[in-house]
Design a protein around this ligand. Structure first.
Ligand code: AMP
Length: 428
């Protein structure tokens, strides 16, 4: 295959049956957040460039990594690099009553250097709660992320927590930080030395050893919160503690976008390598709706990385839990040559069972191979004898019990009896 016909670097295909874990994760997420009143929202995968410029002109995600281009109508558009901007744009456009709680799942695009756990097209699970400044909502959002991880089988998650203040206390802190960093400018990494003024807060989470050394002595936003921000943060901490949720205060947690205010948090998957162990994160963005032209509206949300969450699920050995109950129930092996196999498959599907069959008149041996490969629990066998007698052979594909023969009319009940109660994926 010529190289331009292969998938682009930093992207991937998810094939059956690997996709079962994706499906399980999505179901698990939907169930978790819908139980707290979040409804599904769908927005376009691309937006006018301006929508994303508003969320962080001084950030790498917007400045360097965005897939933006002029479309055939001469419009400057961009593939979404994150979910929040589109949801906020939709909120402003449709002005639904607040509080407005939505969830979404989809692709994001960032032109990054591809590596394990870092892709150019990746997927996020997201919730956004728009229209309330209540710190108890911060607790709800943070707890929902942890609840989802637990249901998905990711138990080793560290919650990192910080407050970035608001438009009252952040500007003064920014000046304080900038003054400190300017004093230590020569010790910073090359990139931050050159463009320190753009976004001094980003120095705090720079991974380069030089910046990390300087940051050790830097003033901390948490020590410079205004009274309302401090009270908000105290209430968030108390709410988490009331729920028995452990957290680690991380004063360097500023996150990658400009819009965050007050509570910011990140989930670290401890089963993963520390460089790519951020499985998700989020925070308040009380100023974003207004900065995008909407009414002054506080909000909070998070985005969880699907690929990294699945890596964490795998590292913790929980993939089977996500995929459990997703395979076929039965596979019809038909070598009678008439209509019996076709009609039996249709009847099984009609009864709500997950059924597949072989085509093309393959040999019994080839059909049994397909049945094994299909992952079905049971094979239903229709040979000439069964077709003539109106019966079906039932064979357990997982154990080595002998095949038994049941009446055609009894087969659905027999299959149900053998399968036992249905398995709910990701349920806790
Ligand atoms: P962010 O929008 O940068 O806060 O990212 C939220 C989550 O999305 C991160 O914690 C990661 O799990 C995931 N993520 C971000 N960028 C990538 C990427 N390039 N490839 C894979 N996952 C990513």
């Amino acid at each position: 295959m010529s190289s331009e016909l292969r998938r682009p670097p930093g992207t991937f295909d998810v094939l059956p049956t690997d996709s079962a874990a994706w499906e399980g994760l999505l179901v698990c997420f939907a169930r978790t957040v819908e139980s707290a009143g979040y409804g599904l929202i769908l927005t376009p995968t691309f937006e006018d460039l301006a929508v994303f410029q508003r969320v962080g002109e001084a950030t790498d995600i917007v400045r360097k990594e965005m897939y933006d281009f002029e479309d055939k109508g001469g419009r400057h558009v961009a593939l979404r690099p994150e979910m929040t901007a589109s949801v906020v744009r939709a909120f402003i456009e449709h002005h639904p009553p607040v509080p407005w709680k939505s969830w979404s799942a989809g692709s994001n695009f960032r032109f990054e250097r591809p590596q394990a756990g870092r892709y150019r097209e990746f997927h996020q699970l997201d919730i956004e709660a728009i229209g309330s400044a209540d710190p108890d909502l911060d607790v709800e959002v943070i707890a929902l992320g942890l609840e989802f991880y637990a249901a998905a089988g990711v138990t080793r998650v560290e919650l990192l927590l910080n407050s970035l203040g608001d438009s009252t206390c952040r500007p003064a802190y920014r000046e304080l930080l900038l003054a400190y960093l300017e004093e230590h400018r020569s010790g910073l990494c090359e990139d931050h030395r050159a463009r320190l003024e753009d976004n001094p807060l980003r120095v705090l989470d720079c991974k380069k050893p030089a910046c990390q050394k300087v940051v050790k002595g830097a003033p901390r936003q948490l020590d410079h919160l205004c009274e309302p921000c401090a009270a908000h943060f105290a209430r968030v901490r108390a709410g988490l503690e009331a729920l028995g949720i452990d957290y680690t205060i991380d004063t360097r947690l500023v996150r990658g976008l400009d819009y965050y205010t007050r509570t910011t948090f990140e989930y670290a998957g401890l089963a993963l390598e520390s460089a790519q162990n951020a499985v998700g994160g989020g925070g308040r963005y009380d100023g974003l709706v207004a900065s995008m032209g909407g009414p002054d509206t506080p909000a909070i949300g998070f985005a969880l990385g699907v690929e990294r969450t699945l890596l964490a699920v795998e590292a913790e050995g929980g993939t089977a839990r996500l995929t459990g109950g997703r395979g076929l129930d039965v596979f019809v092996v038909d070598f009678a040559g008439g209509d019996a196999g076709r009609d039996l498959t249709a009847a099984l599907r009609g009864a709500g069972l997950r059924a597949d069959r072989a085509y093309d008149g393959r040999s019994p041996k080839a059909q049994f191979r397909l049945a094994d490969r299909s992952g079905a629990r049971l094979a239903l066998v229709v040979g000439p004898d069964e077709a003539a007698a109106g019966t079906v052979g039932v064979k357990d594909l997982l154990g080595d019990a002998e095949q038994v023969t049941v009446d055609r009319d009894e087969v659905v009940a027999e299959v149900r009896r053998r399968l036992g109660p249905p398995v709910r994926t990701g349920s806790s």
